[in-house]
Design a protein around this ligand. Structure first.
Ligand code: SPV
Ligand code: MG
Length: 439
């Protein structure tokens, strides 16, 4: 008897649905089904990290009788596994001819051609794609317990975590949904998490960034974002307020499902860090700040929640040694990570800080906010030692000039016809947020 033919099917199978079963059953008609099961890292490279980890997903698939073998697929690209296993067939739903996966498909065809394998495309089972299920699962995916743990999960699974400012429901939806499919690397890029900035939250309310917008109001913003999104939230906690208040606030944020708070070591009237030298930045006593971190960590009830200590030494011109001394102390006090801030344009003090920090804290998560030194790419900042990169204010800064321009133009023209070409149509606005189909 000759060897059975083999059929390769790559899936992530986080939520197994009838579409998977159809495809696997169909594959079994052609030969022994080998599942290329995407690793947690591979899934996280193009969509939300899986709810079930690799071993749990593998166990589920093993219980399907049409499956002969399961191998790891560590990238979106099938190339390595196809070259090694040379399956007679690759099977996929026919929904990948366009969109995000079309480059992966082209590569699969090229490799199959190299050795005479065949691609079988079966009709896509409508209504059960992973992304459609995710839409239906939104009420579950955005429950506090699931959302809160996502930041730690991302830190484990991704080379670095890419974060964008979200300041209301609508900008939250942009950060949640925007994607860029990169043909060079065959990956799909998206934002991993959302930053609720004090500068932007305040500015959208027409208020200065001086801890005037209180936590109740910040929580309203967070809730508004949370209602329509699933990605993890990092809160800009300013100074964290009084220690006695901070311990309550940590629990409130945890309960809501916020993943992390960053508090900065300033005291007195907090001013935005990016002001020129005319804003006086007064640093908190490092031991008093350590007390706040320690109290926050003690108050915390879940394992997921993270407290990052934000170092303002470079902003306040207190020097590199001060920043390093504080970093060491804050980590000893229990901070889960460090954010180092700088408004120098050339980035050299950030690079030096990271190099020196990594000598005594090689693995601790470090956050950068490259607003002024934005000549560096995320990849470069990651090379310097960043684990989380926050684009902290860019949606606010793009929205305001667009709104101002429209308002001015209508004044100038006495009518709105002239701006029609620059703004969304009402039809587009209505399509932007479809009515929920309750089911
Ligand atoms: C914010 O976005 O509010 C921040 C970052 O705290 S910065 O504005 O750069 O200080
Ligand atoms: Mg701020």
């Amino acid at each position: 008897m000759g060897m059975n033919k083999t059929v390769y099917i790559a899936i992530s199978a986080d939520i197994i649905h009838s579409g998977h079963v159809n495809i696997i059953r169909e594959g079994a008609k052609y030969g022994d089904v080998i599942i290329g099961l995407l690793t947690d890292e591979a899934i996280a490279s193009y969509k939300r990290p899986p709810l079930l980890d690799y071993d749990q997903r593998k166990a589920l698939l093993e219980s399907i009788r049409y499956v002969s073998k399961i191998v790891k697929q560590s990238t979106l690209s099938y190339a390595d596994n196809l070259r090694e296993l040379k399956p007679d067939y690759v099977l996929h739903g026919d929904d990948w001819k366009t969109g995000i996966q079309s480059d992966v498909r082209v590569e699969v065809l090229e490799i199959l051609n190299e050795y005479g394998g065949k691609l079988i495309e079966v009709p896509y089972t409508s209504g059960v794609s992973g992304s459609e299920l995710d839409q239906k699962l939104l009420p579950i995916l955005n429950t506090p317990d699931i959302r809160r743990g996502k930041l730690r999960k991302l830190l484990r699974l991704k080379p670095y975590v890419r974060v964008m400012e979200a300041s209301n429901g609508l900008s939250g939806l942009i950060v949640e949904n925007v994607k860029y499919s990169d043909p060079k690397t065959m990956t799909v890029k998206e934002y991993d998490a959302m930053w609720v900035s004090s500068l932007c939250d305040s500015s959208f309310k027409g208020k200065p960034d001086i801890e005037l917008v209180d936590l109740t109001s910040r929580i309203n913003t967070i809730n508004e974002i949370m209602e329509v999104t699933t990605k993890p939230i990092i809160l800009d906690g300013d100074t964290g307020g009084k220690l006695e208040h901070f311990v309550y606030n940590v629990r409130t944020l945890e309960r809501l499902g916020v993943s992390a708070i960053i508090i900065e070591d300033k005291t007195g009237l907090k001013q935005n860090s990016l002001f020129g030298t005319d804003a006086k930045q007064v640093l908190e006593d490092p031991d008093a700040f350590c007390d706040k971190i320690r109290a926050g960590k003690q108050a915390q009830v879940t394992r997921d929640f993270m407290i990052f200590a934000r170092l303002e030494s470079l902003i306040a011109k207190a020097g590199m040694e001060d920043a390093l001394m504080r970093a060491k102390k804050y980590l000893e006090a229990g901070a889960d990570g460090i954010m180092i801030h700088s408004k120098e344009k050339d980035g050299s003090e950030i690079i030096e800080f990271l190099r020196k920090l990594r000598e005594f804290a090689p693995a601790v998560p470090v956050i950068l906010v490259p607003t002024t030194y934005n000549q560096f790419t995320e990849e470069e900042l990651h090379e310097f030692g960043a684990d989380i990169i926050i684009h902290a204010n860019h949606l606010l800064r793009s929205a305001y000039p667009a709104m101002l321009h429209t308002a001015e133009k209508i004044l100038e023209c006495g009518r709105s016809k002239e701006v029609d070409s620059q703004i969304m149509s009402i039809k587009e606005v209505l399509a932007l947020i479809p009515e929920a189909k309750q089911s």
